[in-house]
Design a protein around this ligand. Structure first.
Ligand SMILES: C[S@@+](CC[C@H](N)C(=O)[O-])C[C@H]1O[C@@H](n2cnc3c(N)ncnc32)[C@H](O)[C@@H]1O
Length: 342
């Protein structure tokens, strides 16, 4: 049985005192509604789960073992109180705890509560184990898709964007001389190949062994394999040391991921001070079939979203560029890792 952590009131008192001084009735109403919304066992469990991952209702239903209408009602109350954030993307809705930098009453209370929940509570431990299972299923679905499409990937990609135009622009924006290039979600290895004449060393990382096999074949066909290598790995925990790369790329990968912000943080960890990150992905769109038929998790990204994640990861955003196509716009988002003296 998870009980409401009353010590949260201590953490909250700083917030309330501040607002008492301003005699702001509105804020009191907010605090009370957030406290009321959190005072229920399942809702505390939902907060703990959503602090780890962004989830859809059916995924939460699976983890909590409760009916969809019940879970939806809990989610509605938590969102109304600002303890959870709902983001809608086409036919899907994702729920998560508010971003770290958010200073709303709901966000602060949400953080205080999650921190105070006992991590060894058996119910919460079971929830975390089921969350891990849900995440594994997600990853397996994405991997199955890539496996099925490994050989045809180059062809599928050309349906969305004019590849050569994006690559030309990337070459103009990318560093002239690269000591160590890391391409995350390298797929066919194409981006390693594009920068190969400028890089002293290039490593492509991908979760799909089949894609790596295709990349290996492509790179050796292109006779650029000598200084380029491929590694099997998850871009959420890249098997490379921190600050070891001066150039990192994420080319048309982010929209497959359940936690793009974490991917950007991990990319930033790899960069040495002054190093460059370039993310290429789609601007927001409404092509739902990409999700249904091609395992896209996100229908593009807004500037605000990407630049917000850059700043949170300690990167300095550069000027985004957009290449409009027939139905999709490709966005190029450059960023630089802060120099030590900055
Ligand atoms: C659309 S392909 C893009 C490939 C390549 N960047 C390109 O543009 O040609 C996305 C790639 O991301 C890889 N991927 C997806 N999730 C990943 C993860 N968590 N870690 C590493 N690679 C991942 C997939 O296996 C796939 O090869």
């Amino acid at each position: 049985m998870i009980t409401w952590p009353f010590s949260a009131l201590r953490g909250l008192s700083a917030i309330s005192v501040d607002y008492h001084i301003k005699i702001c009735l509105y804020v009191h109403v907010q605090i009370l509604s957030a406290l009321r919304a959190s005072a229920e066992e399942t809702r505390l469990r939902i907060l703990a789960i959503c602090a780890h991952s962004e989830l859809r209702v059916n995924e939460l239903t699976q983890i909590l073992g409760q009916s969809q209408p019940r879970v939806s009602r809990h989610l509605k109350l938590l969102c109304e109180a600002g303890l959870l954030v709902r983001s809608r993307e086409g036919a899907w809705a994702f729920y998560r705890t508010p971003e770290e930098h958010s200073t709303s009453i709901g966000a602060e209370l949400s953080r205080v509560l999650v921190d105070l929940l006992p991590s060894d509570d058996p119910e919460l431990l079971r929830d975390m184990a089921r969350l891990e299972q849900v995440e594994k299923e997600r990853a397996a679905q994405a991997e199955a898709y890539f496996r099925a499409n490994a050989a045809a990937w180059n062809q599928i990609r050309s349906l969305y964007v004019e590849e050569s135009a994006v690559e030309r622009r990337l070459l103009e924006l990318g560093p002239r001389l690269i000591r160590h290039h890391v391409d995350l979600g390298t797929g066919t290895g194409r981006i390693l190949e594009v920068f190969s004449s400028r890089s002293q060393r290039g490593v492509g990382i991908d979760l799909s062994r089949e894609m790596l096999a295709v990349a290996r074949a492509n790179l050796s066909n292109a006779r650029v394999a000598k200084h380029l290598s491929l590694r099997h790995g998850d871009l959420y925990s890249i098997p490379l040391p921190s600050h070891s790369a001066d150039f990192v790329t994420l080319h048309l990968v982010l929209h497959y991921l359940s936690d793009p912000a974490a991917a950007i943080r991990e990319a930033a960890r790899l960069l040495e001070p002054g190093g460059t990150l370039i993310v290429v992905d789609f601007a927001p769109h409404e092509l739902e079939f990409l999700r249904e038929q091609h395992a896209h998790r996100r229908l593009g990204f807004s500037d605000d979203e990407i630049l917000g994640w850059y700043r949170q990861a300690g990167l300095v955003p550069g000027k985004p560029e957009f290449l409009a196509g027939e139905s999709l716009t490709v966005a190029i988002w450059p960023a630089t890792a802060r120099r030590r003296d900055a």
